[in-house]
Ligand binder design. Structure first.
Ligand code: AQP
Length: 380
């Protein structure tokens, strides 16, 4: 299986190189080559096993976009290690997470023959473009990012006096949205499937695309297209323990999230203890009943129905009966990916081949972007 895959992967890399060169040389000649397909880019941090929020809010959409893509669409998915190190990581754990994340992406259905899948840190174009963008990004804009404000709020709540000072927070936490813009624009991506928490960062990417075009591109041509955020209906899956905040990898309470690798009994226990309320019956009311609304969103995403439809269908169920329906649906959803993940994580040679080929194919696109960017800026 490994050798057969390797041959297909190599053939694919060659085809991508030929097609990309043809497309890019038209642009280099000054013709704005007609962009026929979408360029889809997205990333995920290797900071642990993805949870149900990552899956329903982003990853399942990656697979959907891949499976519905036309022949002209390009799909590029990255494991963004440089983002992960904005917070302290243990080297061995980060390294293991990088490979586990790749196994996870393949296990949920990302096909390396159809999509480019690679480690961000295998392609230095991202950091080079990020530096150029850093030099045109107003610091005030970064300080207004809600993610930065949340870090500041966290540090104010910290006990240690040294952490209260903003100057003690690392610069990467302030500037990573610029790196994110570079991740996307290095491929001149047009569509970015993400959860709702990323909308503000996407807006920055759009602004930087416009700013770069206005500042550096002769005739102010649209060299960088402003990328569009592609948000799923389950754009914000909430914590099972605190349905006023999002489900998150970094929450200290492991009962608050369902992991893609959780066993059926772990899924049962987490959903059984999910915080709801004492109202009788099932209704969809995100303001007054956020816990039940969250479970309706989850079940809706599993079954392809809207939360309101399901609320009508299960109006007379008790909370316990309803939780048991959600449990069955989530167990079914993760059964296949979990088995495939367990198989793939032991196929290290195959994973390395996929990552190497993915990085090579990614570089074909981004190196051409950077070649032109250097010319626009005067770095040649
Ligand atoms: N709760 C969520 N609901 C919907 N979408 C979500 N995403 C994350 N949490 C939810 C989406 O998952 C994609 C990858 O996220 P990431 O790994 O880059 O990390 P993150 O956005 O910082 O969220 P995490 O996984 O919960 O980590 P922490 O704890 O660090 O915040 C993104 O498209 C994101 O929108």
């Amino acid at each position: 299986m490994f050798l057969a895959t390797k041959r297909v992967v190599q053939c694919n890399a060659l085809c991508v190189r030929q097609l990309t060169r043809r497309y890019l040389s038209a642009e280099a000649a000054g013709n704005e080559a007609p962009r026929r397909g979408k360029i889809v880019f997205s990333g995920i941090q290797p900071t642990g096993v993805p949870h149900l929020g990552n899956y329903l809010g982003a990853l399942s959409n990656w697979v959907k976009l891949q499976n519905e893509a036309s022949a002209e669409d390009q799909l590029i998915f990255s494991i963004v290690g440089w983002h992960a190190i904005t917070l302290p990581q243990k080297a061995k754990e980060l390294s293991a997470s990088r490979w586990d994340m790749l196994a996870t992406l393949l296990a949920i259905g990302i096909d390396p023959k159809r999509s480019i899948v690679f480690h961000q840190d295998d392609n230095r174009c991202h950091t080079e473009l990020a530096w150029i963008f850093n030099c045109i990004t107003p610091v005030g804009k970064l300080r207004r990012m809600t993610t930065w404000k949340a870090r500041l709020a966290d540090s104010r709540n910290a006990n240690s006096a040294s952490e209260i000072d903003e100057s003690m927070l690392n610069a990467g936490l302030l500037t990573y949205p610029v790196l994110q813009a570079a991740d996307i624009l290095a491929y001149r991506a047009t569509h970015v499937p993400v959860g709702e928490d990323q909308v503000q960062h996407l807006e920055l990417s759009r602004e930087l695309a416009h700013l770069f075009n206005r500042t550096f591109v002769p005739g102010k041509k649209r060299f960088f297209p402003p990328p569009i955020a592609d948000i799923t209906p389950s754009k914000r899956v909430l914590s099972l323990r605190d349905p006023t905040s999002k489900m998150s990898k970094s929450s200290p309470d492991i009962q608050s999230r369902i992991l893609l690798t959780d066993s059926p009994s772990q899924i049962t226990s987490k959903l059984r203890s999910a915080v709801t309320d004492s109202t009788i019956g099932i209704t969809y009311d995100p303001i007054n009943r956020p816990g039940i609304a969250n479970l309706l969103t989850i079940l809706g995403a599993c079954l392809g129905k809207t939360p309101s439809e399901l609320a009508e269908e299960y109006a007379n169920k008790s909370n316990a009966e309803f939780k048991s329906l959600v449990t069955d649906a989530v167990q079914d959803l993760f059964r296949g990916p979990r088995t495939e993940f367990e198989r793939l994580r032991n196929e290290r040679a195959y994973l390395e081949e996929v990552a190497k080929d993915g990085a090579e194919r990614a570089r074909v696109h981004s190196e051409e972007t950077l070649r032109q960017v250097r010319q626009f800026v005067g770095l040649y």
